[in-house]
Design a protein around this ligand. Structure first.
Ligand code: SAH
Ligand code: SF4
Length: 430
């Protein structure tokens, strides 16, 4: 039986996609990259912005035809939009077999078995004689490379950023126990992972059994065979001196930090309830760069938040100039029902939002291109993820000619770049 997983949204969502697939794999499904021939599709949705939600809903609509062609096929809709809109989705798309929201992920194996166990039995019987599907060569969507694995260390979010729907759809913070996350990381390294990314909505707020996040980094760093340790998505508030020290002291921790600023205007940061200001961000970045001189920083920025003036927007541009992120994820503000800011007038006109986004992107793209260009002529160390493609420790994608062996760390001489990827060559042999 063939299973296809489609994931929208953040890395948490990608990691959830693996968990959503797991009970089906236990039932004999094999992951495939092709949706058309799949016997089951798991659609893992996102709702953080309206656009993300719309994409998932439109895909559910298009899957009606896939489902009609063979009613034995199973369609599961999961994730954050499923949490927000569950009953509505079920009513609007009656052919969906199971809607299960993001808050239920811990319970998901039981829910899926109860709801669909008998259907899986019948499906397995009708597919007898067809032979088992072989895993497609192409990577199915929603899978991390086996050499670069995710470990979810916390779920939910205790913040209440006024624009954000995540706390409503993912619930309060829940920290997975220290022993559990260490054991999971060790098991993934034993299975061949060279890189682990720790995941959580505010990943660095994790603390459990008297162990805080910086100490977790230090202890994870002692796992034999683990070459690279990353984490996503940290909150600036918990980017403490101790966390920076742990990053600097632990050789496995990559020289990269995501510091989502959202805005550079202290007035807006207050209304957003971000509990830091622009000066605080610059202070943390200065400490970080002092402790880890080669570190690269990335960020998230929202333009067009309610009441944003030209002056506020200029402060955002200033903070970006001070922060110098090598990667920036920029978004137009999207009001989400039930959030605090949805009660404020969405008063920045669409064309002003567009124009600000364009100016911001010009600045951010320039910084990205400069960071890429600075690497031309240098030799970088790349973890080969798929045979000739991988990332540097500080987060740049690299593709190169000559041989590649997935799972190996190779030295690549950077010879050029395209818009977002470094190009190179290596003398190393497979
Ligand atoms: N937990 C992460 C963010 C999760 S959402 C953190 O705190 O960093 C990912 C990004 O989406 C946010 O950083 C923000 O930039 C953006 N975002 C969230 N809600 C949004 C909204 N309503 N409109 C536009 N962008 C939004
Ligand atoms: Fe959303 Fe803020 Fe929580 Fe991040 S910290 S998930 S932006 S509420």
């Amino acid at each position: 039986m063939r299973l296809h997983v489609v994931t929208f949204g953040c890395q948490m969502s990608v990691a959830d996609g693996e968990e959503l697939a797991s009970p089906l794999k236990g039932r004999g499904f094999t992951a495939v990259a092709d949706a058309e021939t799949a016997d089951a599709i798991v659609l893992n949705t996102c709702t953080v912005r309206q656009h993300a939600e719309d994409k998932a809903l439109s895909l559910i609509g298009r899957l009606r035809e896939w489902k009609d062609r063979d009613p034995q096929r199973v369609l599961i809709v999961a994730g954050c939009a499923a949490e927000r809109l569950g009953p509505w989705i079920q009513k609007r798309f009656p052919y969906v077999d199971l809607v299960v929201g993001a808050k239920s992920i811990e319970d998901y194996p039981r829910i899926v078995e109860e709801a669909l166990g008998a259907r899986f039995d019948a499906l397995a019987e009708s597919r007898l004689g067809f032979g088992a599907a072989t895993e497609d060569v192409e990577k199915p969507t929603g899978w991390a490379s086996p050499f670069s694995a995710f470990v979810t260390i916390m779920r939910g979010c205790n913040y209440s950023c006024s624009y954000c729907i995540v706390p409503a759809v993912r619930g309060r913070e829940l920290y997975r126990p220290y022993e559990t996350v260490m054991a999971e990381a060790r098991a993934k390294v034993a299975l061949g992972a060279k890189e682990i990314t720790l995941l959580g909505q505010t990943v660095n707020s994790w603390n459990e059994g008297g162990v805080r996040f910086p100490e977790l980094l230090r202890r994870m760093g002692t796992i034999e065979g683990l070459e690279r340790l990353r984490f996503e998505s940290p909150h600036p508030h918990f980017a403490t001196d101790d966390m920076i020290a742990a990053m600097a002291e632990t050789p496995a921790v990559c020289e990269q930090l995501h510091l989502p600023i959202q805005s550079g205007s202290d007035r807006l940061l207050k209304i957003m309830r971000r509990n830091y200001d622009a000066a605080g961000i610059l202070d943390k970045t200065a400490r970080l760069r002092l402790a880890i001189p080669r570190v690269e920083v990335s960020t998230d920025i929202i333009v067009g938040f309610p009441s944003e003036t030209e002056e506020d927007f200029e402060r955002t541009l200033d903070l970006v100039r001070g922060l110098r992120p090598s990667w920036s994820y920029t978004f137009k503000y999207s009001p989400r029902e039930g959030t605090e800011s949805a009660g404020m007038a969405d008063d920045v006109p669409a064309e002003v939002k567009d124009a600000r986004l364009e100016r911001l992107n010009a600045l951010c793209d320039g910084l990205t291109e400069a960071a890429l260009a600075a690497r031309i002529g240098k030799v970088v160390s790349v973890l080969d993820e798929t045979g000739g493609f991988g990332r540097t420790r500080d987060g740049f994608k690299v593709s190169w000619d000559g041989c590649g062996t997935a799972g190996r760390t190779v030295k690549v001489r950077v010879t050029g770049m395209s818009k977002r990827i470094l190009k190179g060559e290596t003398d190393e042999r497979a």
